[in-house]
Design a protein around this ligand. Structure first.
Ligand code: ADP
Ligand code: MG
Length: 631
């Protein structure tokens, strides 16, 4: 029979170390968190050989009294928790009392410390879990911990480590996560005596971000703030022209502690829906502050994950804050021509200026009416349509047959001045243009070029608009509003049209009947693999009902297994908007150009098409002046 034995303390510590200390960066994290808890205002970290040879963390915090040193390195010893109740209102970074014991178990560790009251310092060494005697030493007020030969007695763990460079990047990341929400603490990081970063105290958050992630990221950020309340979300989010191919530049902090949370990540993704291309991830640095008793931080060994009492509320608060901000921000990308001159200072200043332009709010209408999900319950980006709903303006349909008419006669087209609203000079003897019932007196506000772009004057320069992308966004917003208000127009067929489908598609069509009906496409099974289409979205009057159904089914199929209903509805709306919008290559009349541009200001997110491509680019006058060497 196997014998049941009590584990030795040393083995217990090694097991704990396995959970808490995964790699050198974990040591840095634990030691720096301790320094923060000790109230340090300056924390210097240095490492050699990716932290495997040596890690040193020196702080100017409160220090540890000599008689407390043996306890500090003992397992389950902490000054941060007194009773079980404290566990539910943790305000310190640490509280488990196992970091120093764990690190001491798997390295050679020296701890030197001095409190303000004490005339000198004292030190203790721990070798593979064996603590030595406390001895006096000279040292400034604060604590310095050195960790040598990490994992020397746990070779398996050591084998899993990567290159020096990788370990260093983990260390950098660990320190970054702690330093970002603590701008009042001076942090430095050295590797092999080279300074990796130096973040002085009192820096603005944006400056700190600039130091850590570069000026381009910092300059693309806009301030987001939900305002003071029990739960407050504040921080920075990047305008969509700065994004990443992964989600590594998404930082969430809860009460100044870095956390990872899928729901928050999802809220961020939702907030940028339609502003970024597929496969691109937003950049954000957001902090959540809430009373400590509304969240459980003791659910993860390294406290990376937390459990919110009301995660729905945190989710909607985050989403609402971002959407409110985005709706009042002009996100039209400014075109910056790469300069061949000295790329240093001048460009930085120019960029800073562009960004200032970028974030000028052009508050489009009232924000007050938007509930944005702040009331809790199910959050939804669809909750914001009231702004478009209030507008009396009916979005005119820009259907293609009309455009086909106007492009004839072709010869006329070729000779035509680009500004085709100007009546041709009488001397040419041209008759009134066929599509203008009366002479048009005003010029259109933009010019169409290559039958795909509209060029217009903007407040600060010249704007080039992608006619298809813009129209697509307008129709998408219109569609969304109509679906929400139940006012989507569908066209009923006098005789329902039978459509023959592949068996999978037929099944899918019937399964998604309700969803399709919401989009104005009414179908009924008609035996076998045939379905009857009895009505279809009026917006798509130019397509055959069968084609529309095919498009929709392909979209549903592309969504993969059981996508959630809202995503699917969104995708189908994209398809409809895309099919119904004017295309690149469609000639527009001056009236149509005017209508398109007028609607640009009436819909949400008009700066990006529903797939996240920009609808317009601005070439600033300054930039043009510069290129023409006027300035
Ligand atoms: P925890 O941080 O969970 O309390 P640790 O093992 O990390 O556990 O630290 C044990 C104790 O040692 C802490 O509670 C604290 O009292 C003391 N300590 C550790 N590091 C420092 C430091 N840099 N400055 C002051 N006290 C420290
Ligand atoms: Mg600790």
């Amino acid at each position: 029979m196997p014998q049941i034995q009590r584990l030795s303390q040393s083995l217990i510590n090694k097991i704990a170390a396995g959970e808490v200390i995964e790699r050198p960066a974990s040591v840095v994290k634990e030691l720096v968190e301790n320094a923060v808890d000790a109230g340090a205002t300056r924390i210097d970290v240095s490492a050699t050989a990716g932290g495997l040879e040596m890690i040193r963390v020196a702080d100017n915090g409160c220090g540890i009294a000599p008689d407390q040193l043996p306890l500090a390195v003992a397992a389950h010893a902490t000054s941060k928790l007194a009773d079980a109740d404290d566990l539910f209102r943790v305000a310190t970074m640490g509280f488990r009392g196992e970091a120093l014991a764990s690190i001491g178990e798997i390295s050679r560790m020296t701890l030197r410390s001095r409190t303000a009251e004490s005339p000198g310092g004292s030190q203790i060494e721990v070798h593979g879990g064996q603590p030595g005697e406390v001895a006096p030493c000279g040292c400034p007020v604060g604590t310095t911990i050195e960790v040598y030969n990490l994992f020397y007695n746990t070779p398996v763990r050591r084998k899993f480590l990567r290159t020096t460079q990788t370990e260093l990047s983990h260390i950098t990341e660990a320190l970054t996560r702690i330093a970002l929400p603590l701008p009042d603490v001076h942090f430095t990081l050295r590797h092999n005596e080279r300074v990796v970063f130096d973040l002085p105290a009192g820096q603005s958050a944006r400056d700190r971000i600039a130091k850590l992630f570069g000026d381009e990221v910092a300059e693309a950020l806009v301030w987001v703030d939900s305002g003071q309340d029990a739960i407050r979300v504040s921080g920075y989010a990047a305008l969509p022209h700065q994004s990443r191919a992964n989600n590594r530049l998404q930082y969430f902090f809860l009460n100044r502690r870095y956390i990872r949370d899928r729901a928050l990540q999802h809220a961020l993704t939702e907030a940028y829906r339609g502003l970024l291309l597929v496969g691109r991830f937003p950049i954000a640095f957001l902090s959540i502050e809430m009373p400590t008793d509304l969240v459980d931080v003791n659910v993860h060994p390294t406290k990376l994950e937390v459990r919110f009492q009301d995660s729905g509320q945190v989710y909607s608060r985050l989403l609402a804050s971002l959407r409110t901000k985005f709706l009042s921000t002009d996100m039209t990308p400014r075109v910056a021509t790469p300069s061949d001159a000295d790329p240093a200072q001048a460009i930085d200043e120019q960029r800073a200026e562009e960004v200032r332009h970028n974030v000028v709010d052009w508050a489009k209408g009232q924000m007050g009416g938007w509930s944005g999900g702040t009331t809790g319950g199910e959050a939804s980006i669809w909750d914001r349509s009231d702004r478009t709903a209030d507008r009396p303006l009916e979005l005119a349909r820009l259907d293609r047959p009309r455009m086909a008419e106007i492009t004839a006669p072709a010869s006329c087209d070729e000779d035509r001045e680009p500004d085709d609203a100007t009546p041709l000079p009488a001397a040419t003897g041209s008759p009134a243009l066929p599509w203008s019932p009366a002479p048009i007196e005003r010029r259109p506000i933009a010019m169409q070029i290559h039958n795909r772009y509209l060029v217009a004057e903007s407040d600060d320069g010249m704007m080039v608009i992608d006619q298809h992308a813009l129209h697509e966004r307008i129709l998408f917003e219109q569609l969304r509003h109509r679906i929400e208000s139940g006012a989507l127009e569908s066209q009923t067929l006098l005789v329902p049209e039978p459509v023959h489908l592949a068996p999978v598609q037929a099944a899918m069509a019937v399964e998604n009947r309700e969803l399709l009906a919401q989009l104005g496409l009414a179908i009924e099974p008609f035996g076998g693999d045939t379905v009857l289409v009895s009505s279809f979205p009026a917006m798509l009057a130019k397509l055959k009902p069968g084609e529309i159904l095919q498009e929709m089914l392909e979209q549903i199929q592309a969504g993969g297994k059981a996508p959630d209903r809202r995503t699917l509805l969104g995708d189908l709306m994209h398809t409809i908007a895309c099919k119904a919008a004017v295309k690149a290559g469609d000639r527009l009349t001056p009236a149509e150009i005017d209508a398109l541009l007028a609607q640009r200001h009436l819909v949400n997110d008009s700066h990006h098409c529903p797939h996240g491509r920009p609808t317009a680019l601005v070439f600033t006058r300054d930039e043009l002046d510069k290129q023409f060497k006027r300035i």
